[in-house]
Design a binder for this molecule. Structure first.
Ligand SMILES: CC(C)(COP(=O)(O)OP(=O)(O)OC[C@H]1O[C@@H](n2cnc3c(N)ncnc32)[C@H](O)[C@@H]1OP(=O)(O)O)[C@@H](O)C(=O)NCCC(=O)NCCS
Length: 186
């Protein structure tokens, strides 16, 4: 069984776009009970199931952003930003993030959030980022609040987690400085 490496300082965390060859890493990171329990994923994810979403033909331009964070050449975190398809909601995207247990609390989540917010704010045509988070996931809530997310409400008995229907907060972040037009000045 492989173990996560010691995590060096934040500047050595490499964030890059996910590739089809990362399917095994997605399954490994999300296969930890502490990780999938806090997502809306099911237990026992497989490399095969992750191949298709990572191999979408227009992955580079669809606006669906999937990133990984690498430390020392090993993928230790993953994230996704998924724009809503309906025309009147195309300014919104759903966000998800996961870091493997041995690498948590060392800045990997922060590095992935920064990359996703930079993409959304500067390139993604996105005004509103949305997510749900279990109300007892204090680390994630604190990370989201640091990036401008606010709790908008609480869904009761929203999702089954290890045999219990648990509450989640709905959180969202609006673009802090929405894009304008570069009008000529004369
Ligand atoms: C939530 C998660 C993505 C955060 O990633 P991470 O790499 O652990 O986070 P970071 O190290 O970048 O730290 C982010 C913030 O959380 C804070 N934090 C760390 N440990 C904490 C703890 N035990 N309790 C509360 N906050 C904590 C850090 O202080 C940091 O804030 P700061 O920089 O202002 O100090 C990660 O823990 C994870 O993948 N958890 C399991 C899956 C999950 O919950 N995903 C989110 C579902 S909505």
């Amino acid at each position: 069984m492989s173990t996560a490496p010691a995590i060096p300082p934040a500047e050595t965390i490499l964030v890059r776009r996910a590739r089809p060859g990362d399917a095994a890493a997605f399954a490994r990171v999300m296969g930890h009970p502490e990780v999938f329990a806090n997502l809306m994923q099911l237990p026992l994810p497989t490399e095969e199931a992750w191949r298709q979403p990572l191999a979408e033909p227009d992955n580079a331009n669809s606006g669906d952003l999937r990133l990984v964070a690498e430390v020392g050449g090993r993928v230790v975190g993953t994230s996704g930003l998924h724009p809503v398809a309906r025309l009147r909601r195309r300014h919104a995207a759903m966000l998800g993030i996961s870091v493997e247990p041995g690498a948590q609390g060392k800045g990997v989540g922060r590095a992935l959030m920064q990359a996703m917010c930079d993409f959304a704010d500067g390139w993604g045509q996105l005004l509103r980022l949305e997510l749900t988070v279990f109300t007892d996931n204090h680390r994630a809530i604190r990370l989201y609040e640091a990036f401008g997310f606010r709790i908008e409400g609480t869904h009761r008995a929203y999702a089954l987690r290890a045999g219990v229907y648990e509450d989640v907060h709905a959180m969202a972040r609006l673009h802090p400085n929405p894009p304008g037009v570069a009008w000529p000045t004369n």
